[in-house]
Structures are given as C-alpha cells and as structure tokens.
Design a protein around this ligand. Structure first.
Ligand code: GLC
Length: 556
C-alpha cells in the first residue's frame, strides 16, 4: 500500500479561505492561521489551488511565473512556512500544477508572439482558415470552441496568426510536442519538490497531448464545436505522463499525484493509474458530476440515483484490480453538493450533508473534502449576473443571451451550476463577513453564514463537521474502509444508496437514504440483527430510515 491509500485530502481555494491582511482576498498567512482547523478535522493532505504569480483571469489557473507566489496571496517565505507548519502536524502539501497552458503574460508566451523567436514553437500557432481574411469573424483555423465560450483560437495581429487556447484567451496552450517545453516544465516541478512539496494535482492533464491535425467538429448554435475531447487525449499522452513521472521523480519520491482528466472513461482511468504504468496515482473523473445534466453543463436534468450509483460503481469495479479512485462531490469548479444532490432546507441540510459524506467516504479510493463542505456550506444564491466573478458563468450568460435565451431562465441555471457557488468565502464564524476578512470580500459571503460556520459546527457535537471528523477517523482505523472490496446492492432502488465493503472476514454495510422522505427498511439486505452500528446520522431505533438517514454497520 502506498501512503496515500489511507489519506484524506482537503482542498483549499486560497482566495476564499481566510484573509489575514484585510484586502478582501484570502492569502497564505490566512491558511497558516487556520492550520488548527485541518488538524481538528484530521485530514492528511492539503491541496492548494494555484498560488503562483498570475494576472488572475481564471483566479490563478493562468500562470505568469511558475516559481513565485502571487503578491495578492503572500510570498515564497509564507509558502515555506505553511509547508513547514503542515509537516510539523504530520500533513502533506500538494500544489495545483497548471501545465497544459500558461498565461498570455508569461515571458515564454510574450516571446512566442514573435514568429522569429525560438519560443514560437512553444505554443500552438496556426494561420487563418484558407481564403479567409485573418482576424475577421469565422477566419479562425478551426471551429474549436473554448471551455469558457467563444472560439478556442485567438488572433494575434502582430504575426497575422492564431494561437490555441482551450480555456480563456489569456490561457495559451503549450505545445507539448516540443521537447524543450517538456524539459523546462519538469525542471520547474523538480524545483518545487526540492522545496518540500509532496505532490501535485495536475490541471486538465489529459489535454497536454493534442489530437493532430486539429480539425473542425460538429457545430453548435454559435457555429463552434465545444467538444474539447476532440482535441484532448492525444496519442502521446501515456508517453508524456510516463516521461514526466520519471523526470520529476513521482515514483522515486513517493509523491502524491492526482490528474484532472475530463472526458475520459474507466479504461483510460485504469491505464493512467495502474501502478505498473508509472504515470499517475489517481485521476479526477467527471461522469458522476454530469449525471444531472443533459450533454452540456448548463442543461439541467433531475438527478436519477440509479444512474449516479451505476457511474460510481463502474469505477469502483473497474479500478479494483489495478488503479485507484479519487472520491469527490465538490471542488472549486462544482456547486455545493448539499444544494445539488442533498436537501439544503433547514429541516434536512445537516442530515443530507452527512449522508452524502457517509456515501462518498465509505467508497474505496482517496476522498477529497473541499473547504466548507465539512460545514455543509450551501450554494451562493446569487440572483443577478453582476454578483458573479467566474468568467465561465459570465461568458456563458452573455453568449446565451445573444442567442436569444431568456435571462431569468439563464440566471436560474447559473445559480444551480456556477463555479462561484464553491468560491464564496469560507465561513469561520457568525460575525461580520463570517470572519473571512475585515475588509470587503472579493465575492459575497453566504447569507446563511450566521448559522453555517466553523465555530458553530465545532461547538455542536452533532454537526456536519464532527460527522466528517468521524468518517476520516474511521478510514484511518479500519483497513476494510481503505482496502475492502466494494459491492453495490439494490442498484435500481431510486431512494437508497446501499453497498458493502469486504476485507477477509470483515464486512461493512452502508445504507443511505438519498431522499427527504422516510423509507422502509428494504428487502434483500444482509441481516443487521447483532451487527455493530459504527456510525449513523440519526438515533437508531426504528426499522424505517428517516429522510436523509444513513448508517454504517459492521456485520456480525
Ligand atoms: C481546470 C480547473 C479549472 C480551470 C481550468 C483551466 O478544470 O479546475 O478551475 O478553470 O482547468 O485551467
């Protein structure tokens, strides 16, 4: 077993965690001041969303200097201090490494704008579409759309050519075919390892190898093709990952390496994470956070529990023999799970947040807790587009309005799915700005912070926080939680998520009611008479399950 097989990871979005200097933006010192919160929760690894120097077009996922900390977040010395503090408490730190693209303000890209520069080939430059006037509408080399709406190619008038950006125009895709680019990135990553970081979360890592030639795809209403998968998962992906692993020393230094891989399937996940391949330790897959949408992110459909169960089970079974799962419902790109999959009304918020946690943390893999998830924080509840900061939400709104969609309907969809739901400030207490800042917060604080905050949760033994703490402790204590074989029960049940975990003679049964209605104890489960209740959300007595009740039994 690798050390991270027993780890639980906590993700921090530094801008939104804690502000120590009153400028309204979270910072590294704010994190240092709250290390006790992480200790109390019992997590093993901290993942920091990007802290590098950046123009902040995409809040740090657009890096202009890989070897420095952005001044809005602190200094390299602060980061060293944070690493030391986490290490002192037995925790590890992993950095978010964004190497599919750089900021257009990175010196490499600035140099690359000159066609005569040796760095021209470090990015992906193409001439205008044949017989089209460069820079005019529709003259982009292909109809590839960017993840943040609009063309995936930006025009550079200086050279009359276009560069590829699968995300914003300020995030230019690097050309991984060029060996100098790869060597330079590996050297930089080794520099961080030498500085004391314990691993990396690799941003959209399956996009580093492109499928060439990049061509036109099926066009949507605005004439663009938004299937990023057509460009991603290129033929050299495994080669690049194995090369990076060896060059940076992933295996050699026992680093924690998780790749973000949108649009892959279980076979690919296994091929990346099979230890024999020496590529990645685990990947973030997306099918389970797409079960409530029809095709694209913004087309909402109600959650069907059997579909979610089938998706998660497919990965549990598919990575049983080789490979490893990462387990998440939330991160900085996803809405709050209690508002999305649970019931965030006062009657069920706590129970549903706990039951979502029980379900996720009893699966096999490495669980991720996103800041505030352990408090059962809810969606932001924004009602006007002016309240948003996220470029994905804002760009989509304007594109959809231009295509004639009614703005009320769009605002409802964006309120449900926007990335800003997860990015509102962490709520520390019931005071002004939830204790996040003494200044003006960069994004509004949730209105419900007077009830939902860390101080209140820690003081209440029945809180979501203490439930998370117990789940994390259970993983540390019990080998069956870490290693046991997963088996889904009652796959078609629309209300209950039930499964067993088995290791040798030890067998756990998890029964979770994913609805707000009471449910009868179902037929067909293993006998629980005489079983030990390890953790439940409600005082147990009745056979019936209350709304959003869940129980973990150790079977006799
Ligand atoms: C990943 C990040 C997301 C970012 C994008 C571009 O999906 O999680 O926040 O916008 O990559 O770097």
């Amino acid at each position: 077993m690798a050390w991270w097989h027993s780890a639980v990871t906590y993700q921090i979005y530094p801008r939104s965690f804690a502000d120590s200097n009153g400028d309204g933006v979270g910072d590294l010192r704010g994190i240092i001041n709250h290390v006790d919160h992480l200790v109390a929760l019992g997590v093993d690894v901290v993942w920091l969303s990007p802290i590098y120097r950046s123009p902040m077009d995409d809040n740090g996922y657009d890096i202009s200097d890989y070897c420095d900390v952005d001044p809005s977040l602190g200094t390299l010395a602060d980061l060293d201090e944070l690493i030391a503090s986490l290490h002192q408490h037995g925790m590890k730190l992993i950095l978010d490494m964004v190497i599919n693209h750089t900021s257009d303000e990175h010196p490499w890209f600035i140099e690359s704008r000159d066609p005569a520069s040796p760095k021209r080939d470090w990015y992906i430059w193409r001439p205008a579409r044949e017989a089209m006037e460069p820079g005019t509408p529709g003259a982009e080399p292909t109809n590839a759309g960017s993840a943040f709406s609009g063309p995936g190619w930006a025009y550079d008038p200086q050279s009359g050519q276009y560069y590829l950006h699968l995300f914003s125009p300020k995030q230019a895709d690097l050309n991984w075919e060029n060996p100098e680019v790869r060597a330079e990135l590996y050297t930089m990553m080794r520099w961080w390892v030498d500085r004391g970081v314990d691993g990396f979360r690799l941003d959209v890592i399956n996009m580093i190898s492109k499928t060439y030639p990049i061509g036109d795809g099926p066009a949507g209403p605005d004439g663009l093709c938004y299937q990023l998968g057509m460009v991603a998962n290129g033929p050299r992906l495994h080669e690049f990952l194995a090369e990076m692993n060896a060059a940076v020393g992933f295996a050699e230094h026992e680093l924690f390496i998780v790749g973000e891989t949108p649009g892959i399937d279980v076979e690919l996940a296994r091929s990346f994470t099979d230890p024999a391949a020496r590529e990645l330790d685990m990947v973030f897959t997306f099918e389970h956070v797409e079960v409530d949408q029809a095709g694209m992110k913004w087309e909402l459909v109600p959650l069907r529990l059997p579909v979610l169960k089938a998706t998660l089970a497919e990965y549990q079974y598919g990575l049983e023999q080789a490979g490893w799962n990462s387990l998440y419902f939330e991160n900085h790109d996803q809405p709050r799970s209690v508002s999305r999959f649970g019931d965030d009304s006062p009657a069920f918020r706590v129970a549903s947040a706990k039951t979502l946690a029980t379900t996720l943390h009893l699966l096999k893999g490495t669980p991720y807790v996103y800041q505030g998830q352990e408090l059962g924080m809810t969606n932001a509840g924004f009602t006007s587009i002016e309240q948003y900061n996220d470029l994905e939400s804002i760009n989509f709104f304007h594109l959809a309005v231009s295509l004639g969609l009614p703005s009320e309907q769009l605002l409802a969809v964006i309120a449900a799915k926007s990335r800003d739901n997860a990015r509102t400030p962490m709520c520390w207490d019931a005071g002004v700005n939830a204790g996040f800042t003494t200044g003006q917060p960069w994004l509004p604080v949730n209105a419900d912070h007077t009830q939902i905050n860390a101080a209140a949760a820690i003081a209440d033994p029945d809180s979501v926080f203490h439930h998370y703490r117990k789940l994390i402790a259970l993983r540390h204590e019990l080998a069956v939680v870490r290693e046991g074989r997963f088996e889904l029960l009652l796959a078609q049940d629309e209300a209950l998520f039930t499964f067993t975990r088995t290791l040798g003679q030890v067998r756990l049964l998890v029964v979770a009611n994913w609805t707000s209605a009471a449910q009868p104890w179902p037929w067909g489960l293993p006998e629980v008479t005489g079983a030990e209740l390890l953790l439940g959300t409600h005082p147990v007595g009745a056979q019936e399950l209350s709304g959003w009740e869940s129980r973990i039994y150790r079977l006799a």
